[in-house]
Design a protein around this ligand. Structure first.
Ligand SMILES: [Zn+2]
Length: 140
């Protein structure tokens, strides 16, 4: 685990968060979020995000785990690449949209909940379906 990197783009209404947890068994969690303000309002919202857990496949210049190719192996990823929040499970394809996932509202998952679920998965070996209560349209 290392310190989060806070990158403030436009003080104070727009920012991104990138947090990485590296584990001894060569897996990592990467949480990336982008926030922006509602038009004409003094409040902000999460507009894009990616919560990823899987094997470390790339390192940055300091030797820390970082995002590699989109096709790299993964255990689970919830992201907004290409628009609506969706789920990747055990591999990049397919992208499970909300109508292909039962029992879980994908966009309701926040970073802290994702991190806690991965930690629980690692300590209990329970599947993500069981921990998060979802079923996929392909029967998984
Ligand atoms: Zn995606």
């Amino acid at each position: 685990m290392r310190e989060p990197v806070w990158l403030v783009l436009h003080v104070p209404f727009s920012w991104t968060v990138n947090v990485v947890f590296e584990f001894d068994d060569n897996n990592y969690i990467q949480v990336w979020e982008s926030y922006d303000r509602f038009a004409k309002l003094q409040i902000c919202r999460r507009i894009q995000w990616s919560y990823h857990y899987g094997r470390v496949m790339a390192k940055d210049e300091l030797g820390y785990a970082t995002q590699g190719s989109p096709d790299d192996p993964l255990e689970i990823r919830i992201d907004t690449c290409g628009g609506e929040p969706h789920l990747h499970y055990r591999q990049r394809e397919p992208h499970y949209s909300q109508d292909q996932v039962r029992g879980l509202t994908i966009k309701s998952i926040e970073a802290i909940e994702f991190i806690k679920t991965v930690l629980k998965h690692r300590s209990t070996k329970k599947t993500f379906q069981k921990l998060m209560g979802f079923k996929l349209s392909n029967g998984e």
